[in-house]
Design a protein around this ligand. Structure first.
Ligand code: ATP
Ligand code: MG
Length: 413
């Protein structure tokens, strides 16, 4: 982080040397004032985009029509944006047009919340015309200017408001919350992708249940047609907080489970909500894993059925489902079989291997041993072998596996 700060100081001083104004602004200034780790550093400047490009050797015209040029320095990238205001807003979304302005204060006024409208100069001087520092100290999220107007301009700000309140544990200023309730229907004009980005940040925070509750109470979830609308007395949702934040997929899976969403439904909704494929597969996989566990019957010993499910979904999903299950039983002890909770982890460990590629024999070996032509039978026998080894009915030993192949293929004939 110190390296990132040093390089950004260099960017600021180069701009200042050329006679422009330049400040750190937004999230990085806020996070520093709050003593939180800074993850990216945005810079605001009086220089026009072409002027910024002329000052630095390595630049990328990231959003040049919005005044943003990315400046590369060392291993770091900084977004340098010209002082600007936004053009006319249409349909509750941020406008395509922007207008460059001369004054820092005007640029700060277009920003969403007072805590995000603070600039900091190289010498440490703070420019804070809207009282952001005071609001940080009293732990309040407050719009810059009239809340209704700001939420009308860009409805996503309502979700950001709740995200910041949730992640920082701030309260929402009375007029800001009132404005949010007045404008909440505007959320339906917002692209689900932008909502999803904020939702993921909210879910990574220390107490996502608070944000989820606010999203529910404000009806933003309902107006955005979210798949996870729930009653205010849904106690299972608060358990999301007890899942470690780095297990974001488990948090989402638990939320969806608490809202009665199935694995199949989750696939559809999460696609619509533009979740990345990997995240979607993981979340839906955890739910489907649970459904497979719930569908266990008395035909086979529990452990055998468990091994089959773990092989189908993989070790990682199995572990994640167990983490989710641990939370679910806190509210509903009867929901999940106690012996699975007690032994599930140990049974996974005892499997030793989890994938066909880990078997001491390959499909190609099968063809050589039997002298037969390939076909679906190869996969079937490989699956049988994997199941036998994973459920400790035979060792993962090449010799033993070859004998087993000979035995089953001869009895099949
Ligand atoms: P994070 O810690 O999540 O990055 P952030 O406040 O830096 O939080 P960004 O989306 O990176 O959020 O935006 C950077 C800055 O741009 C904000 O601090 C704010 O000043 C301004 N901003 C971002 N989104 C909006 C918006 N929808 N309306 C007005 N200003 C915004
Ligand atoms: Mg940021």
């Amino acid at each position: 982080e110190t390296d990132m700060v040093l390089h950004s100081e260099e960017v600021l001083s180069r701009l200042v040397e050329q006679g422009y104004e330049a400040y750190w602004v937004g999230g990085c200034v806020r996070d520093e004032l709050m003593g939180r780790p800074v993850h990216d550093m945005d810079i605001t400047t009086s220089a026009l985009p072409e002027e910024v490009e002329a000052v630095f050797e390595r630049t990328v015209p990231t959003g040049i029509q919005h005044g943003t040029v990315t400046v590369l320095s060392g291993a770091y990238a900084y977004e340098v944006t010209t002082y600007r205001v936004e053009g006319a807003y249409e349909n509750h979304r941020r406008p395509a047009q922007v207008e460059f302005v001369r004054e820092l204060k005007e640029d700060l006024r277009r920003r969403d919340f007072t805590m995000n409208a603070i600039a900091r100069a190289l010498d440490g001087t703070i420019v804070d015309p809207y009282g952001g520092t005071d609001d940080i100290n009293s732990r309040v999220v407050r719009c810059v200017g009239s809340a209704s107007t700001r939420f009308q301009e860009d409805a996503l700000r309502m979700v950001r408001c709740i995200r910041f309140a949730s992640v920082f544990g701030f309260r929402i200023a009375y007029r800001t919350w009132k404005g949010l309730l007045e404008e909440r229907e505007g959320i339906r004009y917002i692209a689900l992708e932008r909502f999803r980005v904020e939702l993921e940040k909210l879910m990574e925070g220390s107490r996502p249940s608070r944000g989820l509750h606010l999203l529910h109470r404000s009806k933003l979830l309902a107006f955005a047609k979210a798949p996870f609308t729930y009653g205010p007395d849904e106690p299972m949702v608060t358990l999301v907080d007890d899942v470690p934040p780095e297990q974001i997929a488990v948090r989402f899976a638990l939320l969806l489970y608490a809202c009665g969403v199935s694995g199949e439904e989750a696939q559809v909704h999460l696609r619509e909500w533009t979740f990345a494929n990997a995240a979607r597969e993981r979340i839906a996989g955890i739910l489907r894993f649970g459904e497979a566990v719930f569908a266990m019957n008395d035909s086979l010993p529990q452990k055998e059925q468990w091994v089959v499910i773990v092989l189908r979904f993989g070790k990682e999903i199995a572990g994640q489902w167990l983490n989710m299950a641990e939370q679910i039983v806190k509210r509903n002890p009867a929901a999940i079989s106690a012996s699975i909770l007690d032994h599930g982890t140990a049974w996974i460990e005892q499997m030793g291997i989890y994938r066909l590629s880990e078997l001491a024999i390959s499909g190609k070996d099968l063809l050589e041993i039997t002298g037969r032509k390939g076909g679906p039978w190869v996969g079937e026998i490989m699956d049988q072998l994997l199941l036998k080894v994973a459920s400790s009915h035979m060792p993962n030993d090449r010799e033993a596996l070859i004998n087993e192949v000979k035995r089953v293929t001869s009895t099949h004939e």
